[in-house]
Design a protein around this ligand. Structure first.
Ligand SMILES: Nc1nc2c(ncn2[C@@H]2O[C@H](COP(=O)(O)OP(=O)(O)OP(=O)(O)O)[C@@H](O)[C@H]2O)c(=O)[nH]1
Length: 394
């Protein structure tokens, strides 16, 4: 029997026969392969690519009985905030990682030394702020202690202030990174966009991006990828931007993205996010375009989940021995789930499922995936759940 969502997906069988995994990513090293390159078409591409990679690896490196080496992982996402005085470096760090209410940032004092913050949730996020007056680029300064372990440098521009000086400093840092630490991501937050008219916001964004790109091209780094975000601590934009920055640092992202995209197309889900429940940062989403509105509604729902957990208590966590590794979702034997409808017709609703204590799947369901089909959605989400466990176990 086939599900209503995809003709290739079989509904749960009462017999104990192994199901075909619709999220065709095979993570087990011992998957048998019989397919050839020419016979494969795009729906099976993931499986084929995985199999081919495994074939290549096993053909070249391992003798019988030997295990492949563990997947090489980067450490925790480490971020470095830089920018001119009073641009909002501490505020961003404290609002996102320490849950400081945005209005309280008014009373923050000037930062005079390197300040760091961290948060332990599904991932161990680490961040640091460089005070404006610290001459980090001067030749006698020991850069390696600051930049060598950093995943991304975030340059914050105060869009409510004069920003030309900030752009010239930004360029110095961008060029320095391109020369000495080319693997470090460089991200630009065009910050404090609240209170600006839409037109002014757009013009500022365009002007900053244009100037930076032009200048970088003049320095010979036109091909260096720099990402730009419009942010404010007074709305969800700062969390969305931070999610996009962090996602780029996760080695598991391509696998998670493929799984979520497959789930969305199979279950007619409009948008799916994998949320770090505590920070409200999403660590993966499907390949469809992201809209702030979708994120907002899911993020508000995560808030509700956290509030309820505060009321009724979080489950006991086993102590995390190795803080470099994300907490293994496999340790969790029980998952919570819920569905909430948010329009009157009942067609649009959010489906939430706990993957682990600190990781949640939030789906914005589209037309044609009514709550009456929940059992089938549950089944497909179960498979996604198992696949995600595999991703983090590899
Ligand atoms: N309107 C608005 N104000 C913001 C935003 N983010 C930060 N601020 C304000 O900007 C001011 C400076 O913020 P800080 O976080 O102290 O800036 P900083 O870059 O750490 O400052 P220094 O440590 O002195 O360099 C504070 O009054 C914040 O309330 C924002 O998104 N919108």
């Amino acid at each position: 029997m086939h599900t209503l969502f995809g003709e290739n997906i079989r509904s749960p069988s009462p017999l104990k026969t192994p199901h075909q995994n619709p999220f065709e990513l095979a993570f087990q090293p011992s998957v048998a392969t019989s397919s050839t390159e020419s016979s494969k078409t795009s729906p099976d591409q993931n499986e084929w690519l995985t199999h081919r990679l495994q074939n290549q690896v096993s053909a070249t490196s391992y003798t019988h009985g030997e295990q492949p080496p563990p997947t090489k992982r980067k450490g925790n996402p480490r971020l470095l905030f830089m920018g001119m005085r009073r641009c909002g470096k501490s505020s961003v760090q404290k609002v996102v990682f320490q849950k400081l209410p945005p209005a309280d940032t008014l009373y923050l004092e000037t930062t005079n030394r390197i300040e760091s913050a961290s948060m332990q949730s599904f991932m161990h996020f680490e961040s640091a702020e460089i005070p404006t007056q610290l001459p980090v680029l001067s030749p006698d300064f020991d850069h390696s202690t600051i930049f060598s372990n950093i995943g991304a440098v975030i340059w914050i521009i105060d869009s409510q202030d004069e920003y030309l000086t900030s752009i010239s400093e930004l360029l110095r840092v961008a060029v320095f990174l391109a020369e000495h630490y080319p693997r470090t991501n460089f991200e630009v937050f065009i910050h404090k966009t609240d209170g600006l008219s839409e037109e002014y916001k757009y013009d500022t964004f365009r002007e900053v991006r244009q100037r930076v790109q032009d200048e970088l091209s003049d320095y010979g780094y036109g091909d260096r990828s720099v990402s730009y975000y419009q942010t404010s601590i007074f709305d969800h934009s700062i969390f969305e931007a931070m999610s996009k920055v962090i996602m780029k640092l996760l080695p598991q992202l391509p696998a998670m993205e493929t799984l979520l995209t497959k789930l969305c197309s199979t279950c007619r889900i409009q948008k799916a996010y994998l949320f770090d429940t505590v920070s409200k940062i999403y660590i993966a989403t499907d390949a469809s375009p992201t809209f702030l509105k979708d994120y907002e509604v899911c993020s508000d729902y995560v808030d509700v989940i956290v509030d309820i957990k505060q009321l009724y208590g979080w489950r006991d966590k086993s102590p995390v021995d190795n803080r470099d590794e994300p907490q293994h979702a496999a340790d969790v034997s029980f998952v919570g789930e819920s569905v909430v409808t948010f329009d009157r017709s009942g067609d649009t609703y959010i489906y939430a499922r706990e993957i682990s204590d600190s990781l949640s799947l939030l789906c914005l369901m589209g037309q044609g995936s009514g709550a009456d089909k929940k059992v089938l959605i549950d089944y497909n989400v179960d498979i996604l759940h198992d696949a995600l466990l595999q991703v983090f176990k590899v």
